[in-house]
Design a protein around this ligand. Structure first.
Ligand SMILES: Cc1cc2nc3c(=O)[nH]c(=O)nc-3n(C[C@H](O)[C@H](O)[C@H](O)COP(=O)(O)OP(=O)(O)OC[C@H]3O[C@@H](n4cnc5c(N)ncnc54)[C@H](O)[C@@H]3O)c2cc1C
Ligand SMILES: *[C@@H]1O[C@H](CO)[C@@H](O)[C@H](O)[C@H]1NC(C)=O
Length: 943
């Protein structure tokens, strides 16, 4: 990111967004600035080699904004190119070619035309030979260019400064104007100006500074002639604006001119200035074909009248309020200027706002403010001064990315504080995943409008303290997609929050936010927790990972919590699974809060070790777990807000416990309950051998020499087949119902970016935030790009699997979605794929079965497979009422628990369930680690 990008392009694009330019146009202007304009400016940096006269600090660029309705006003900017070394030669031919080149990138309207340009160039500018003689090697400013950036099209303008040619030829600018206006057919309006000038004594005649034309056909073109004047009073200004009373139908314009004059000259704290000193103002006359009278415009150099930029900005605001359509732009104007030019405090001095102007045309008038970006201000930070790089497709430095993120953050902050105009900091397809920041539950919003509707209405919430924490990262996904990611911390009166922001620049687009992931961090003050009443604050049913992690957080927050667990030992669900079960995902991804898995464990530990760790967990953390207690029934008293939990001990005796909150963590899963799913098969009851679900399978060690069929080609199905092969089972067949995505561990580890396993990985809570930072619609795009890249690694494996009749999903599947959202239909190869590939495990499609028979399976093609044992590794059926100890009246309030709602969020888990003081928790280790903290905070808030 170059110096010019930060100082010039970012403010211009910011103003455009602010004035509700269509996104397509903003993108077109982005490309135009980046590819056409900024390169003309040469290298940035502290001291310009050839100082521009255009602004006080020699920035060769100036902006202007019309104070009108945002949708009608346009952003304009001017660039002095002729003094810049990189613009190459200074000939008019080059300038002409450059202008023509712009039409390739910008839509110019009305038609692009250089007829008047050619006349001005011939009449007012030194020829190339004269240039070498008169100017030697010094670049001189004879021209500059400007753009009137409409919402849908652009007008290019060229400004000529005739004084150098005058110096060389001895002519006066007025003589030149005479020739030029004759050639253009503007002799009549020029005569009106000449008459007016003739009233002045020769030494008092205001000089012509600049002459300008638009690059459009003559019939609609305007010739503008700028005079430098010293205006001492309003009367004098009015005299100039009306050519001494010659121009009529200018009441509207003069009313505005008066307002402007009064605002500028009578604003509160005026600078001390000598009575005799009046700063130079400009007056221009605009000449058009078909009109004998020119129109006019006055430029007041506000920076000479007023003490600092803050006073100027407030003056502009007040002035805007008095204009018919000015209020919209003027409100918040001072803020906008301060944010756009954040390199210094506005109140320190003048320099940013240069001229206030007012046009006087028959029946119409505009007031505009001109701004100097102060690229060379001493206060500019090193970040904006960085070395120049070509912008296209070059990586951003850390500093550049930080600058972009900070600029974006200021817009976002305005948006949160109710400033509608800042909404374009969000991309049109921006997503927001919100965990308890802007809403009391978990939400996923897709699209800018949906996101905006979700943000709190103006004034209802006050957010402050926006800061980027940690560094931002830059990543070029490919030529078309570049991302900046970072974390922002902010707060309101009661809480602190973190938002992970993902800014994207796609193709030629400017940076806008593509994804927001907002989470609550902490309450600033703990609410007072009642100590009397129930036995406990919270009872958690189930000492699995969900119950344990939640209890750990609740205890940390100072709440009295107890877990009741049916089994006699904690960790039973892991201990009771088949003994060859290993972690699917890396250990580092699966740590529990406060007590990570031991360092010396392998990356994919066994289920037995996990069970032991879970058993150790409450002991180390001092959690109150009461094992051997089966919950049989619960009751809620809405008046006292008390749960009564009925418990049966192993010996059959019964007891009760009471609490304010109840957390159900009995194995309720994201996918629903844990009811084994057994497919309906014709003849299943006839089958004579054992037929069991994977949940009842402990070990396969006594199945040596048996013929086994495993239904299901998910993780369990693969695990079981591999274990059978290892044990020496004689004959193994896997029955596959639908396609399974298979990847190697190598690819898996590449899919899990360095966040969890890399050398410089962040703390795990930060890693989690980044891992979840991209809501599904956004991450899908990225994942598919990533899977495309990684696909080649597993190419042979997939080819061999297909040869054996194994069904893989077509193309690159969204593996992560299967792993984390669908939680099924995938296998991370731990050896079984090789066995399928070499035929050691046979695969048959489920659809080929005709029926079961007493000693095996008959297939539709008439063949028969002899089978001793059947295992169903067919997963679970969703169960929207995951606990029998809750009665139907409760489910009537909660609705179904588990499963995904239409926003893709899990229904009822970890968030408000719909029933007062009742919560559900469950899921894999990652989910338990990440969401348990939110559940604990919600319980604390709900005291
Ligand atoms: C084959 C297989 C492999 C898996 N591999 C992984 C993996 O690699 N990584 C990963 O993160 N996840 C894995 N999972 C998923 C994950 O382990 C489970 O979803 C997880 O056990 C759910 O945790 P939980 O705390 O919600 O429930 P559970 O672990 O089921 O714990 C619920 C607890 O509640 C108790 N309980 C139930 N009813 C009552 C009652 N009425 N009264 C008292 N107590 C009660 C139970 O005894 C149990 O201890 C795997 C799951 C399976 C089946
Ligand atoms: C298939 O691969 C496994 C594991 O590499 C090996 O033990 C077995 O002998 C192979 N079988 C055949 C038929 O090649």
């Amino acid at each position: 990111m170059s110096f010019w990008w930060n100082t010039v392009a970012v403010p211009i694009l910011g103003f455009m967004r602010r004035q509700a330019y269509p996104e397509d146009s903003v993108q077109a202007y982005t490309a135009f600035l980046r590819d056409e304009i900024l390169p003309l400016l040469g290298p940035g940096g502290q001291t310009p080699p050839y100082p521009s006269w255009m602004t006080d600090d020699h920035t060769p660029v100036e902006f202007s904004l019309i104070l009108g309705k945002p949708t009608q006003s346009s952003v304009r900017f001017a660039v002095e190119t002729s003094a810049l070394p990189l613009s190459g030669d200074r000939s008019m031919a080059t300038l002409r070619r450059t202008l023509e080149g712009f039409t390739r990138t910008l839509k110019m309207e009305p038609k692009f035309d250089l007829t008047w340009f050619d006349i001005c160039a011939e009449e007012m500018i030194l020829s190339d030979e004269q240039k070498t003689v008169v100017c030697e090697d010094r670049p001189v400013s004879e021209t500059f260019i400007a753009f009137d950036c409409g919402h849908y099209s652009t007008t290019a303008k060229v400004y000529f400064m005739p004084h150098i040619r005058c110096l060389a030829s001895g002519e006066t600018p007025e003589q030149m104007m005479k020739r030029a206006t004759d050639r253009m057919g503007l002799d009549k309006p020029w005569a009106k100006i000449s008459q007016f000038l003739s009233r002045f004594l020769p030494g008092d005649r205001p000089p012509i500074d600049i002459v300008a034309i638009d690059c459009i056909p003559e019939t609609r073109n305007r010739l503008k002639i700028y005079f430098r004047t010293d205006l001492a009073s309003y009367a004098q200004m009015e005299c100039f604006l009306t050519l001494g009373g010659v121009l009529t139908d200018v009441d509207a314009g003069l009313r505005n001119a008066r307002l402007m004059w009064d605002a500028v000259t009578s604003a509160g704290e005026r600078t001390e200035r000598k009575a005799s000193y009046f700063p130079a103002a400009l007056i221009y006359y605009e000449l058009k074909l078909g009109s004998d009278f020119p129109s006019s415009k006055a430029y007041l150099p506000v920076r000479r009248y007023l003490p600092n930029d803050l006073v100027i900005a407030r003056t502009v605001e007040n002035l805007g309020l008095q204009l018919k359509d000015g209020a919209a732009v003027a409100s918040g104007y001072a803020d906008l200027v301060q944010k756009t030019f954040a390199h210094r405090d506005l109140s320190t001095r003048t320099g940013i706002q240069t001229y206030l102007t007012c046009t006087v045309k028959p029946g119409a008038s505009d007031i505009s403010i001109y701004l100097n970006p102060e690229a060379f201000a001493p206060e500019r930070s090193a970040a904006t001064r960085g070395p120049i790089t070509t912008l296209k497709h070059t990586p951003l430095s850390h500093g550049d990315a930080t600058t972009i993120a900070s600029i974006w953050l200021r817009e976002f902050e305005s948006l949160l504080n109710g400033d509608e105009g800042a909404k374009f900091c969000l991309a049109a397809d921006c997503c927001l995943r919100d965990l308890l920041v802007f809403s009391p539950t978990f939400r996923m919003l897709e699209g800018r409008e949906a996101v905006l509707r979700h943000l709190p209405p103006k004034g209802t919430l006050h957010f402050f303290g926006f800061n980027i924490i940690g560094g931002v990262t830059f990543r070029a996904v490919n030529d078309q997609l570049r991302l900046i990611q970072g974390r922002v911390r902010f707060e309101d009166e009661a809480r602190t929050y973190t938002v992970v922001i993902t800014l994207a620049s796609r193709g030629d687009s400017s940076w806008a936010c593509w994804a927001l992931f907002s989470v609550i961090d902490a309450l600033k003050q703990s609410p007072s927790v009642p100590t009397a009443g129930a036995d406990l604050n919270t009872i958690i049913i189930g000492a699995g990972q969900a119950g344990l992690a939640t209890a750990a957080h609740l205890q940390q927050l100072g709440l009295r919590v107890c877990i009741v667990e049916r089994s006699s030992r904690v960790g039973a669900p892991w201990r009771d699974r088949y003994d060859f079960l290993q972690f699917n995902t890396p250990k580092e991804f699966s740590h529990l809060p406060y007590l990570p898995f031991p360092e010396d464990w392998s990356m994919f530990p066994s289920a037995r070790l996990v069970a032991d760790h879970l058993e150790k967990y409450p002991k180390v953390l001092g959690l109150d777990v009461r094992t051997g207690m089966d919950v049989t029934r619960t009751a809620y008293d809405a008046c006292t807000k008390t749960w009564t939990v009925y418990l049966r001990r192993v010996d059959g005796t019964e007891t009760t416990l009471t609490s304010t909150h109840l957390v159900v963590a009995n194995g309720v899963d994201i996918l629903g309950g844990l009811k084994p799913n057994i497919p309906k098969l014709p003849g299943l009851s006839d089958f004579q051998g054992p037929a069991l679900h994977s949940t009842s399978l402990r070990s396969v060690s006594d199945w040596i020499g048996k013929r086994v069929v495993v239904f299901g080609a998910g993780c369990s199905g693969h695990d079981i087949c591999a274990a059978l092969f290892k044990q020496g089972t004689a004959d193994i067949t896997m029955l596959q119902r639908s396609a399974t995505a298979v990847i190697s561990r190598e690819v898996l580890l590449k899919l899990f970016p360095d966040l969890y396993t890399g050398e410089n990985r962040p703390p795990i809570d930060v890693a989690d935030q980044f891992y979840l930072a991209l809501p599904t619609p956004v991450s899908k795009v990225l994942r598919s790009a990533m899977m495309k890249r990684l696909a080649v690694i597993d190419q042979d494996l997939h080819c061999n699997l297909r040869k054996q009749g194994f069904q893989l999903p077509p193309g690159e599947s969204d593996f992560i979605e299967r792993l984390t959202v669908r939680r099924g239909g995938f296998y991370i190869d731990q050896g079984c794929s090789g066995l399928i590939a070499n035929g050691s495990v046979r695969v048959k499609p489920f659809s080929s079965i005709e029926s079961l028979v007493p000693d095996g399976i008959r297939f539709a093609d008439g063949s028969k497979l002899e089978v001793d044992i059947i295992v169903f590794a067919t997963g679970f059926v969703p169960d929207s009422k995951p606990a029998a100890f809750l009665d139907d009246a409760i489910y009537a309030k909660t609705g179904s628990i588990g499963g995904l709602n239409k926003e893709g969020e899990v229904s009822g888990l970890w968030c408000p369930s719909g029933h007062e003081n009742l919560w559900f928790a469950g899921g894999d280790l990652f989910n338990c680690r990440f969401y348990s903290r939110f559940l604990a905070l919600q319980i604390l808030q709900a005291q």
